[in-house]
Design a protein around this ligand. Structure first.
Ligand code: GLN
Length: 469
């Protein structure tokens, strides 16, 4: 049987090209792993009924010599990305029976490349959370230690790759939802420069932050998926063609460390691993410089003002009339109230209330406008820092995968995002790469943030680090 857990997309592609392996073999191996562990781990909300047909078709394309690097490769898709004719619930009861009427831009691209779409993966409701415990459909378990969370909100997609149920996956990242689960599951996870990947067909959480991106075992694999899904799309006016920006210098080896920002609330083991990783990179020729970024510490509070504001606006259409679950009331407002009360979970309600509050007359200036001013200051701060250094390095998350129920207080959960949100606030590209294991054998991730449109260069670091092991 094929060992999907240790097979890369690159290798599988080469083997298929040489005729040593078929997509049907690959998909069958994934389905076997799903059969064995999906009940226990709750990774896929749905496995598509046509996966073997997709694989057979891909095999024909490969045989005809017309395959791409993704032809026949089984990929898992987060449940907030639209696939024509398939349910897409965003982990919510509100959209339990919603069926997509068109393909997301990224899905169109994957289909054109001949990838096999295995199924839709579990997630925190409307992508709000850092543990996948906020899904209406129950939490997903971390395949490495099922007593722990896989991270979130794209926990299902990360767990699918880590458990050998798919060779790669798509997630979405609004404040870290690709990078943090990648670090909890020992994978590479990448969020592009805002606009590099179209948001058309992604169920919106917070539109000025959201980006779709890849999960994979290696940076080479992540890059294969990334190169397939990027591109200018007329359906998303914020999308841009990465290739139309002047080529950035290939060598990006000066790393900036915002030391002041790394002190509080970070596990000792994470800090130790961070220093060890730095040493390895120095040996590989990277230069390290301490940087002072006084505004960075405001990233989390700014994120938790602007994000809920956008969430409350984006989710207002889910009212039982225009979209979503309907609970009949005495009049139209009563129907709204009953439908939204029944359809949304507690975290979603909390953020809608918070967002409505910060946008309300009288508080708009004090919170929302002020947050935007600080957001711009953080952007400027990064812009200035990138005159001196090429990359900013931080841990991906302050902890390794935690136990279920460990973070009961919402604020404690929000602190998980401390290192990841600034990339979304600024639109900068960022990657999480595996950097070793804790004493209890849990994966640790390290994050690199690059300047706008330097996406390509982020992939190279993982290889440098891997070659060093
Ligand atoms: N954990 C963050 C939040 O709950 C990020 C979510 C995301 O990136 N979708 O907002």
């Amino acid at each position: 049987m094929i060992d999907i857990k240790n097979l890369t997309i690159e290798k599988a592609g080469e083997m298929m090209k040489k005729g040593e392996l078929t997509s049907v073999d690959l998909v069958s191996a994934c389905l076997k792993n799903i059969e064995e562990r999906n009940k226990e781990l709750n990774i896929f909300l749905e496995v598509f009924d046509d996966v073997l047909e997709q694989a057979k078709y891909a095999d024909e394309i490969i045989k005809a010599g017309k395959g791409t690097k993704l032809t026949g490769i089984p990929l898992a898709i987060k449940d907030n990305i639209l696939i024509t004719g398939r349910k897409v619930s965003s982990g919510s009861k509100m959209l339990e029976n919603y069926v997509a009427s068109y393909d997301a831009f990224v899905i169109k691209k994957l289909k054109e490349a001949g990838a096999v779409l295995i199924g839709r993966t579990n997630m925190d409701e409307f992508a709000m959370g850092s543990s996948t415990e906020n899904s209406t459909y129950g939490p997903t378990k971390n395949p490495i230690d099922p007593s722990r969370v896989p991270g979130g909100s794209s926990g299902g997609s990360a767990a699918a790759v880590a458990s050998g149920m798919a060779l790669g996956a798509l997630g979405s990242d609004t404040g870290g939802s690709i990078r943090q689960p990648a670090s909890f599951c020992g994978l590479v996870g990448m969020k592009s420069t805002y606009g590099a990947v179209s948001r058309s067909g992604l169920t919106a959480m917070s539109s000025s932050f959201d980006q779709i991106g890849p999960f994979a075992k290696t940076s080479e694999d992540a890059k294969i998926i990334f190169n397939c899904i990027i591109g200018k799309d007329d359906m998303d006016s914020t999308s841009a063609d990465l290739n139309s920006f002047p080529a950035l210098k290939a060598e990006r080896k000066i790393i900036g460390i915002p030391r002041d920002f790394l002190k509080e609330g970070v596990d000792q083991e994470i800090l130790k691993n961070f220093e060890e990783t730095l040493d390895k990179l120095k040996k590989k020729g990277y230069k390290v410089k301490d940087v002072i970024m006084p505004y960075l510490k405001y990233s989390l509070p700014v994120y938790y003002i602007i994000m809920p504001a956008e969430v409350s606006t984006n989710l207002s259409r889910l009212d039982g009339v225009r979209y979503g679950l309907r609970k009949e009331g005495e009049n139209v407002f009563d129907t709204f109230k009953k439908s939204r009360s029944a359809g949304f979970g507690p975290e979603t309600k909390r953020r809608i209330i918070l967002g409505t509050y910060v946008l309300s007359h009288g508080y708009y200036d004090a919170y929302y406008n002020k947050a935007w001013k600080v957001r711009r200051a953080i952007m400027k701060e990064y812009e200035n820092i990138f005159q001196d250094v090429d990359l900013i390095m931080t841990p991906t998350a302050p902890t390794t995968a935690f136990k279920f129920g460990e973070k009961k207080d919402p604020l404690q959960m929000y602190l998980e995002d401390i290192f990841t949100v600034s990339a979304n606030l600024t639109g900068l590209p960022a990657i999480s790469i595996p950097s070793g294991k804790s004493s209890s054998s849990l994966p640790i991730g390290i994050q690199f943030i690059g300047s706008l449109f330097s996406d390509e260069s982020l992939f190279a670091i993982e290889k440098d680090l891997r070659d060093n092991k």
